[in-house]
Design a protein around this ligand. Structure first.
Ligand code: COA
Length: 623
């Protein structure tokens, strides 16, 4: 995927175009009038100039980023050779449908069409095109060039490989994608907009002064801006329209507060007034929490998003300190249930079953730091702690072990890919957790880390590390526990432990020397130096280096090639290599005799050899 067309040069469209250009895609940005296109470029320049001031963008990059965006008012010309079109026009279903019907005619047959809608149905838009399999939602958050959250929304007919491409593209754009079902408000606006509305409802009902409501929201949700200040910053009319669209789709509870409607009609911002009534703070705060928890739980109950996705929506998209599930853990699950029950009683919403069950278990919410998924026969393990560059702490190791166990027993999985969320693969064991460990605790931690990586190494399925960035310390040791390593061209490798006054403990001193020879291993371990992907390939540490934008595609190709072969033969070959290289040659050869003999007892051997003789493709059954 090399060319992206962004339709709409408003705030969101311009931000998306900038981000795409900054990430190296060729971009066209189209709008209906020259002056709108010009405004889009002005806003991009302003954002980039600010980036230069804050040291985030190099001055010489500004012109290059802008030059890489082709501005036009000709939709056909802008979209004809695009691989992906992202629509970011006004939130009006009829306008969007007309636009997508046109794009469907103008675009290449294999182009993917995506909408940046924050509230409208993806399925309804997909239905006007001849390619609903290549249609999805790609919802950016304001400011689109900077905010790392992106909601990837499959429609009912979107092909899984299209979603995985959109997730890859999102990552190339430097985003942290969450996958969300096509449902009103998706995973963030479903509770964020009602949070604003709830503030106005309380004002309408005379529950407290505006100042009290503002302060209670900040205190109870641990956020820096209250709902009225937020509406003033992002637009009262946007809050009203978004609430109205939730109301139409979801019913009475979501009806815009009278005060919100009036404020929208007045065209004015809120004037925050009144004094803070300390005695009312807890009551107001509890109502905000009740509303937030209830809706967040409905998202999970209804299968719209996982709790981890809801958390990321809040902490990354809204930049809240905690997401709703972490807040419930902080408050306590039982107390959270009481808060939710009280809120549901007064609002008429349903008490979410998932919370009742959690309270019965008497356990806090478990928020996974490793995600697993499956694409065909490829199992995917993603270490998902991007704010710490996926550093391995005890929780990540526990989740990693569980992910390996689950994929190992999943019969549909033939090959497992291990990768990291965000810009890094894994930047080592967690130094912040390790610094306070006593020698005995460090011993337990090291044993535990080793046991998890050994489990990965010993898994009967083939594993491939897809190294997307830093693979340092425990990260390199994790990659070394996989059968194969494919690296993105920008990846960096190293065992920097000696620079911290320790040495590698998750198998680095052993596996690295076995992989690249003692001399190179000693050099890397004693100096703690980092090497780039090319050097890693040269010394035999990685199998292949590929451009970053082709990393997952290349790994999937490799995985498909392996998965097409006799599964028992591949499994036994893995055992023969892994066991054989740990013993003397005579014992290794004897082991090989036994494993190949076992192959001769399989149906797959008859199928493989029979297919060769009959000049056809074999159909292996793994038996
Ligand atoms: N353990 C704990 N936290 C880690 C970590 C690790 N191994 N590696 C990175 N992080 C955290 C950083 O502390 C930082 O958190 P903060 O935002 O709360 O300060 C965050 O991840 C981002 O890292 P940062 O150092 O700001 O990114 P960078 O791009 O400037 O540098 C590295 C990237 C990888 C060079 C640098 O993070 C590093 O040297 N990490 C440690 C590598 C290491 O020694 N690993 C072996 C551990 S045994």
């Amino acid at each position: 995927m090399t060319k992206i067309c962004v339709v709409g040069a408003g705030n969101m469209g311009a931000g998306i175009a900038q981000r795409c250009s900054q990430s190296g895609f060729a971009v066209s940005m189209v709008d209906i009038k020259e002056e709108f296109v010009k405004k889009g470029f002005d806003s991009i320049r302003r954002t980039l100039d600010e980036g230069v001031k804050r040291g985030k963008v190099k001055p010489e990059q500004v012109d290059a980023i802008i030059k890489n965006i082709h501005g036009t008012i000709d939709l056909k010309e802008a979209s004809a050779d695009a691989d992906l079109v992202i629509e970011a026009v006004f939130e009006d279903m009829e306008i969007k449908k007309k636009l997508f019907a046109d794009l469907d005619k103008f675009c290449k047959p294999d182009a993917i069409l995506a909408t940046n809608t924050s509230s409208l149905s993806v399925n309804e838009m997909a239905a006007v095109t001849s390619r609903p399999v290549k249609f999805a939602g790609l919802h950016f958050f304001y400011p689109a060039a900077i905010n790392q959250l992106i909601e990837v929304i499959p429609g009912d007919k979107t092909a899984p490989d299209v979603i995985s491409k959109l997730i890859d593209v999102s990552r190339l754009l430097g985003k942290l994608p969450i996958t969300v079902k096509d449902a009103p408000g998706f995973a963030v606006n479903r509770y964020f907009v009602p949070f604003l509305n709830e503030a106005v409802k309380m004002l309408d009902e005379g529950v407290a002064t505006m100042a009290t409501i503002e302060e209670s929201a900040k205190k109870s949700l641990q956020i820096s801006m209250g709902p009225f200040e937020l509406m003033n910053a992002t637009g009262v009319q946007i809050a009203y329209h978004a609430q109205e669209s939730l109301h139409k789709a979801l019913g009475q509870f979501y009806r815009p507060a009278n005060g919100l409607q009036k404020q929208f009609e007045s065209g004015q911002k809120w004037t925050i007034s009144g004094t803070v009534e300390l005695e009312k703070m807890d009551k107001v705060g509890e109502r905000f929490l009740g509303m937030l928890f209830t809706i967040a739980l409905h998202l999970v109950d209804e299968g719209i998003a996982t709790k981890e996705a809801v958390e990321r929506g809040a902490t990354v998209g809204l930049r809240w300190k905690l997401g709703p599930f972490a807040m419930m853990n902080e408050i306590g699950i039982e107390k959270s249930l009481h808060i939710v029950e009280r809120f549901c009683q007064s609002s008429g919403l349903k008490v979410p079953g998932v919370l009742v069950r959690q309270a019965e278990s008497k356990k806090p919410w478990y928020l996974r730091s490793v995600q697993t998924s499956r694409e065909g026969s490829l199992g995917i393990i993603t270490v998902d702690r991007p704010d710490s560059l996926n550093a391995l702490n005890s929780k990540v190791l526990t989740d990693l072990g569980e992910a390996v166990d689950n994929l190992a027993k999943d019969e549909a999985v033939k090959v497992v890919m291990v990768t990291g969320e965000g810009g890094a693969f894994v930047a080592g064991a967690d130094i912040k957790e390790m610094i306070v460990k006593t020698p005995l605790e460090a011993r337990d931690f090291t044993y535990f880390g080793q046991s998890v990586l050994k489990k990965l190494e010993d898994m009967e399925k083939v594993s491939i590390a897809a190294v997307n960035g830093y693979a340092l310390g425990g990260g390199l040791e994790l990659a070394l526990s996989c059968d194969l390593i494919v690296a993105a061209d920008g990846a960096r490798f190293g065992l920097p432990e000696v620079t911290l006054g320790i040495h590698p403990g998750f198998g680095g001193t052993q596996r690295l020397s076995r992989q690249v020879g003692k001399a190179k291993a000693k050099e890397l371990i004693y100096t703690g130096s980092m090497i780039d992907a090319k050097e890693a390939e040269r010394i035999g540490l990685v199998n292949k280096v590929v451009p970053r934008d082709r990393l997952y595609e290349e790994v999937k190709k490799l995985a498909d090639k392996i998965a097409a072969n006799g599964p028992v033969a591949v499994k036994l070959a893995k055992a023969a290599i892994n066991r054989g290289t740990e013993v003397d040659l005579v014992t290794g050869l004897a082991y090989e005799v036994e494993t190949i003999s076992l192959c001769f007892s399989t149906e797959d051997k008859n199928e493989g050899m029979g297919a060769f003789i009959e000049k056809r493709k074999p159909q292996f059954k793994g038996k």
